[in-house]
Design a protein around this ligand. Structure first.
Ligand code: ZN
Length: 685
């Protein structure tokens, strides 16, 4: 079995916009000609917008390249819906047909609730919450749903041959309303069959044992360039035989992949240079043959392209949604380099060896020679698949460990995204509520953004790229604890060095107060704020959240004797205050050494004990208090982004100009996408 390096740093920013206040504020901003970052809020979600500064300064050819890559990014939308759950496309189509064709009262509360459900389905790319992966439900009755179907005479529902509308309703309704059907997308619980119990569409009719047996056969422990087994396929049982259905231009998802390839072919014609052209063409070849060896060759070409101004991610990349950690969801990001801000990450990557030499881990687990860490700050130009609308804020790819070892990796910080978050967050009241002192608030306002960006830079470019495995230790040794431990390692590396004088010496920060702001925020988030994303009574499950909880709780406990982090209670409100930043830094270093030891030696028991002891359970009283305080602020805890739109002007079949537009109607964008980018057949059976 091949576990991958989990490397997208999901959104760690929890200081989010308050809807009511913010809407007013942004309206005012708009009136004054400023940009509106906040679009709308519903359920526990907010829809934001990002800007693409610098687009107008690109050359005509570069704009054209971005346009083609953006189209390719949008063409895989259906794939992600289908991967998330077998009937997502059927459900989405049914809901959209109602939304567009219902002839009854569209102003009623019921209809509004119906639309909120549809928007949630769009946002989560399916019927399971994008973060908790649990099924969510509409706040309407099944009877009303039946009425909606009945009163949408022009709708083109996906009826089976000879099926009546009533039969159709009876078939679709339980998929939406029955809590026992596909209750959870990704089940990770110890002791259950995580394959059979997960609703995710990577497997059908097979058990966890069968999946393990199937891939064990393929795995050769002596291969030091192993392919990423199972990455781009669905495993199904056909006539009693376990069979892989590969995603390719001739296989599963061919209808969408064909379109992606069409746009990639156009992109290749306007590539900036031969290196870039070569990897785009190799990616096309991979989509055509579905061969994971071709995928590896592509990644080697792609990781070596560090000079192009424009870059992209397009493919089956991250494995977070597979309970087995093998199969990847489809995603796409189009971007270009932010030259000015990239100077910062270049300083970091140029000094990667210094950081590795000075890291507090056992020399046996350090890299003697750090190579190929290329880091840049990018401006996101388009999001697709698993990156839309909830985008990461940093990415470090490729994931294959042997490619990282032999060819290095590319690490990016997505600064127009973090900027948009920050803009939407100011004035939400979250800082005022959860910071203990005015001083802490002021520090966060002054240095919070730069501390965040540096944390992301170092997490991606240094953290994930640091350390080495002892010979004979397999990537898969830590099993389901691999992912949170890997994130711990990267976070701790960033935290430890953020407060190093070297940072000041390198001119990356003006003084160590930046690190203080970073530490304050990390602990505030790890011990309190991130809990706002979890329902009372539930455990922490998501890898990045387990990581943050583990680090914060461990440091809190280990530093108790010296009062490093103090828990204060004022008028029934809890605060965590850092009394000794230097000591806290030492604790970060101590834990980093231990987590690196766990990874390098494949110490599964120690890894499991660490995560289970500090990263899973939540103090129920504290959790309730945090949820209550947060609810008062009326800030939805999850954010996602609408895309910008590129409009091409053509003359005689040739593109003469491309303009960027900033749509601000989420429903409209979603219906437009469904109209223009729905390529996969809808599955009824
Ligand atoms: Zn990471």
């Amino acid at each position: 079995m091949n576990f991958k390096t989990f490397s997208v740093m999901m959104i760690s920013i929890l200081l989010l916009a308050s809807c009511k206040q913010k809407v007013k504020e942004t309206d005012e901003l708009e009136a004054s000609g400023e940009f509106k970052f906040m679009v709308e809020q519903f359920a526990d979600l907010r829809v934001l917008r990002y800007q693409v500064p610098g687009f107008d300064e690109l050359s005509a050819q570069q704009k054209e390249l971005i346009y083609y890559l953006s189209e390719a990014a949008l063409c895989g939308r259906d794939i992600f819906f289908d991967q998330n759950y077998k009937y997502n496309l059927l459900i989405r189509n049914t809901l959209e047909e109602i939304a567009e064709n219902y002839t009854g009262d569209k102003t009623s509360q019921d209809f509004e609730n119906f639309m909120i459900y549809l928007k949630r389905v769009w946002f989560s790319n399916g019927i399971h919450h994008h973060y908790s992966t649990e099924k969510f439900f509409p706040e309407i009755t099944e009877a009303y749903f039946a009425e909606l179907i009945k009163n949408s005479p022009e709708a083109k529902f996906n009826l089976k041959e000879g099926e009546s509308l009533d039969e159709f309703t009876a078939r679709v309704s339980p998929l939406i309303f029955d809590p026992n059907i596909a209750p959870k997308k990704v089940v990770q619980d110890a002791g259950v069959d995580i394959v059979a119990n997960s609703a995710v569409n990577f497997y059908e009719g097979v058990t966890q044992k069968e999946v393990e047996a199937y891939y064990k056969k393929m795995h050769n422990p002596n291969d030091n360039q192993p392919i990423s087994y199972g990455l781009n396929s669905k495993l199904v049982k056909i006539d009693g035989k376990v069979t892989e259905q590969v995603y390719s231009k001739n296989g599963l998802y061919k209808e969408a992949i064909e379109k992606i390839v069409y746009w990639l072919e156009k992109a290749a014609t306007v590539a900036e240079n031969d290196v870039q052209k070569a990897h785009i063409e190799k990616l096309i070849e991979y989509y055509e043959d579905g061969d994971l060896k071709t995928w590896d060759v592509y990644n080697v070409l792609w990781v070596q392209d560090i000079d192009s101004h424009i870059d992209y991610v397009n493919g089956f990349v991250e494995v977070y949604d597979d309970p087995m950690g093998m199969k990847a969801t489809w995603e796409a990001v189009v971007n270009f380099k932010d030259m000015e801000a990239t100077k910062r990450t270049e300083i970091i990557s140029d000094n990667a060896q210094w950081f590795e030499d000075h890291s507090p881990v056992d020399p046996r687990f350090k890299k003697e020679e750090v190579k190929g860490v290329s880091a840049k700050v990018i401006t996101v130009a388009q999001l697709g698949g698993a990156c839309y609308p909830t985008t990461p804020i940093g990415i470090n790819l490729p994931n294959a460990n042997w490619i990282r070892r032999d060819h290095g990796s590319k690490s990016v910080t997505m600064e127009n995204i973090t900027y948009a978050y920050d803009q939407a967050a100011s004035g939400s009241g979250v800082l005022e509520e959860f910071c203990f002192s005015e001083e802490e608030i002021a520090l966060s306002r002054k240095y919070g953004s730069i501390a965040d960006n540096l944390h992301t830079d170092m997490h991606e470019c240094l953290g994930h790229g640091s350390g080495k495995m002892l010979p004979g230790v397999s990537d898969g040794a830590l099993k389901n604890y691999h992912s949170p431990l890997e994130e711990c390692r990267a976070d701790l590396y960033a935290l430890y060095f953020l407060m190093d004088n070297k940072m000041v010496e390198l001119g990356l920060i003006e003084n160590l107060d930046v690190a203080k702001a970073g530490y304050d925020k990390y602990i505030r988030n790890g011990l309190m704020l991130q809990l706002t994303r979890i329902e009372l009574g539930k455990n922490i499950e998501q890898a990045h959240m387990r990581n943050r909880a583990t680090i914060s709780n461990w440091c809190y406990e280990k530093g108790k004797e010296d009062n490093v982090i103090e828990k204060k209670n004022i008028d029934g409100k809890t605060y965590f205050v850092i009394n000794d930043y230097d000591k806290l830094r030492e604790l970060f270093g101590e834990l980093l050494a231990e987590v690196q030891r766990i990874k390098s030696t494949g110490d599964f028991e120690a890894g499991k004990n660490l995560i289970e002891a500090y990263g899973v359970k939540i103090d129920q009283d504290l959790h309730k208090e945090i949820l209550d305080r947060y609810q008062e602020l009326k800030v939805a805890p999850y954010g996602g982004f609408m895309n910008v739109k590129y409009v091409a002007t053509e003359k005689d079949g040739k593109i003469t100009d491309i303009k960027v537009e900033y749509p601000d109607d989420y429903t409209k964008q979603m219906l437009e996408y469904s109209k223009n980018y729905s390529f996969l057949p809808i599955i009824n059976n």
